[in-house]
Ligand binder design. Structure first.
Ligand SMILES: Cc1cc2nc3c(=O)[nH]c(=O)nc-3n(C[C@H](O)[C@H](O)[C@H](O)COP(=O)(O)O)c2cc1C
Length: 161
């Protein structure tokens, strides 16, 4: 697959087979993800693997679609509001790199926002000076959802003199 095919064919997966994910492969996708751009090399992302007890406490509506692996991506805030924003942007690039690396290997990801809620932050022991970028369910897709079409970029491009 070309990188453009990987980008265009990735989709959010919400139902997973129980098949386990190889730990070394998973780490290799996280290592690849860490090559994301990040201003001043803050490398703000950190991964928190969610074990069965914490997963049960999070009480997700579909239990992350039965994903065999669940982890949170958290992002260190930095020294200023500007750096906090930039760190969230860098951590989002990290996540996209991870999504694409996993997708290339036939593995799907469910990106859940619930981790940002105060109650769920508490369940995951997220330190005060970190943002939660998402809670990710990772596994082999149980189905093959259609790619959602995008607005042509011509509608979103403007030019300044
Ligand atoms: C920051 C962020 C948060 C998201 N949170 C959720 C979520 O809480 N629940 C959910 O079902 N999907 C969530 N998604 C996935 C989007 O719904 C999904 O990317 C979008 O529908 C486009 O579909 P695609 O990823 O298959 O292209 C999130 C995506 C991003 C980037």
């Amino acid at each position: 697959m070309s990188i453009i095919d990987v980008i265009k064919n990735r989709r959010t997966i919400k139902a997973f087979k129980p098949d386990p994910i190889d730990e070394h492969q998973l780490l290799s996708w996280l290592e690849a993800a860490s090559y994301a751009p990040n201003h001043k090399m803050t490398e703000p992302w950190e991964i928190v693997f969610i074990g069965p007890q914490t997963r049960a406490k999070l009480n997700h509506k579909t239990d992350f679609g039965g994903a065999p692996v669940v982890f949170a991506v958290i992002s260190k805030q930095g020294l200023t509001p500007f750096q906090r924003d930039e760190n969230v942007m860098a951590s989002s690039c990290f996540v996209q790199n991870f999504l694409l690396s996993a997708h290339e290997a036939g593995v799907g990801v469910y990106w859940e926002s619930m981790g940002a809620k105060p109650h769920n932050r508490e369940m995951m022991n997220v330190p005060e000076d970190y943002d939660v970028i998402g809670v990710m369910g990772v596994g082999y897709p149980a189905n093959d959802p259609a790619v959602k079409p995008r607005t042509p970029m011509a509608a979103k491009i403007s030019y300044l003199s």
